[in-house]
Design a protein around this ligand. Structure first.
Ligand SMILES: *Cc1c(COP(=O)(O)O)cnc(C)c1O
Length: 459
């Protein structure tokens, strides 16, 4: 035991890959993401206006296009240490199964109770709310991962957490709800009688099962109508991408340590936060002319914002209360087909990821859900982890690229983000296992309806 004492624990923390600062890719972008606009005046949102809805320090991060590194506060580092650095795994068994010469790596973010990367930003957002002396935060959750992550972060910091959960998920995913309640959050099915906007929607659409857009509107109203509360969002925003850069920084540190250079980097894209965070340090190198990578964002064919959307200012929510963002979007009125089970159903895309895509720094592709679940099942059987349907979009394209290497004999190094586990998605897996899962690709006419809801903005 005496010998043990002589090993200072600190050495390990300093040598391992966890970063002490987030990387802000906007600082290295020549074309910055377009500013958020006030939905009423169409003028850029000022810090003061944003501060009514969001925490002050997060507003500063949202608007910061110049500082490349932002120090991670010690309290957040202490929390990260509970589950970070997350493992970067060589998928030897998958390589073997595919008989590919490619080397496949995945960065696994499902190693925490919330089961996804969303905790990386939840703890940061809750920390700044606490530091500002607030009583609590409000948010919306669809599938439930974000609400779960936020409730964990709030429990840790002693903040009140009010979650508006899309009614259909609230009913279909009772265990997600109970996890949030176990961490002390209050969970309200949306639309609800607790807000003006909820009551209005209930009168107009009695019996509605809710939508993400409606839940956002309720959460924003709840934040602005209670003293000491602010609203927080789990994806899309610049600040969320910034926090998620820990994924990419750790990946890069681990690869540099072992002298491995990635050729292809792949991430799934819903609102764009995990893929944005994974690729940020690598895109930074590209922007500075230091290295080159092929980067692919993968989205569902049923919600194809990058591959078929318009690069335009749009509402971030269906209720049209949030600022306008310039992004690849299908229109805030777009709702993916009811048979879509694979997540990633947001109509828009992070303005930062959108700008990188627009400038040709990254590629995008879309995949159909039955293929996604087929590959998810294959991955689970050989690698052990039961992947989230969202993450499986990235697995699908990683497998496709590895199979191309098999044809050409190239030994490419492929890295993909495995954003989470799929334990709360077993209804979707059940559909796949029963053979009742179908694919639906929206027609151009379907998409035209969503585009018709785009606001007219001069920019
Ligand atoms: C929320 C979520 C996503 C998609 O969100 P992004 O902001 O695009 O990263 C992907 N995977 C998992 C497991 C998620 O929970």
């Amino acid at each position: 035991m005496a010998a043990m004492k002589e090993i200072p624990y600190k050495i390990y923390l300093e040598e391992h890959e966890m970063p002490k600062a987030w990387y802000n890719v906007r600082a290295d972008m020549k074309n910055k993401p377009a500013p958020l606009l006030n939905p009423a005046t169409h003028q850029p949102m000022t810090a003061e206006e944003l501060g009514v809805v969001f925490c002050k320090e997060l507003v500063d991060q949202e608007l910061d296009n110049t500082n490349p590194y932002i120090a991670i506060p010690q309290e957040i580092l202490d929390f990260y240490k509970m589950y970070r650095p997350s493992p970067l795994v060589r998928a030897y068994c998958l390589e073997e199964k595919l008989q590919t010469p490619a080397k496949i790596y995945y960065k696994f973010e499902g190693n925490n109770t919330s089961g996804s990367h969303k905790l990386n930003s939840a703890i940061a957002q809750a920390y700044y709310a606490k530091k500002q002396g607030l009583k609590g935060v409000t948010t919306e959750t669809g599938a439930g991962q974000w609400g779960t992550a936020l409730s964990m972060a709030c429990a840790y910091l002693g903040l009140d957490c009010q979650v508006y959960m899309v009614k259909v998920s609230y009913e279909q995913k009772p265990f997600r709800r109970e996890v949030m309640r176990t961490y002390g959050a209050s969970v309200t099915p949306s639309p609800s009688e607790t807000t003006n906007v909820g009551r209005k929607i209930l009168i107009e659409h009695p019996g509605t099962s809710g939508s993400l857009g409606c839940a956002i509107s309720e959460a924003v109203e709840a934040a602005t109508s209670q003293e000491g509360y602010r609203y927080v969002l789990g994806s899309v925003l610049n600040q969320v991408l910034l926090h998620q850069s820990v994924i990419g920084l750790e990946t890069k540190a681990a690869m540099d340590k072992y002298g491995i250079k990635a050729d292809i980097i792949i991430g799934c894209a819903g609102g764009g936060s995990n893929v944005g965070g994974l690729i940020s340090p690598f895109v930074g190198e590209m922007l500075r002319g230091e290295a080159d990578y092929r980067i692919i964002a993968v989205e569902p064919a049923s919600c194809p914002s990058l591959t078929r959307g318009k690069f335009s200012y749009d509402y971030c929510d269906t209720g049209m209360v949030c600022p306008l963002a310039k992004m690849y979007t299908l229109g805030s009125g777009f709702i993916p087909s009811a048979n879509h089970a694979g997540g990633l159903r947001y109509h828009g895309m992070s303005p930062t990821v959108s700008q990188l895509y627009h400038d040709g720094l990254i590629e995008a592709t879309s995949v159909e859900q039955t293929e996604v679940f087929r590959v998810a099942q294959e991955f689970a059987r050989v690698e052990g982890i039961l992947p989230a349907p969202e993450s499986s979009h990235a697995i699908k394209v990683a497998v496709d690229e590895a199979l191309k290497c098999k044809e050409t004999g190239e030994e490419k190094t492929i890295v993909f983000g495995l954003t989470g586990t799929g334990y709360f998605d077993m209804y979707a897996y059940q559909k796949f296992n029963d053979g009742t899962m179908t694919d639906y690709i929206p027609t151009d006419e379907d998409l035209a309806k969503g585009f018709a809801s785009l606001p007219q903005v001069e920019d």
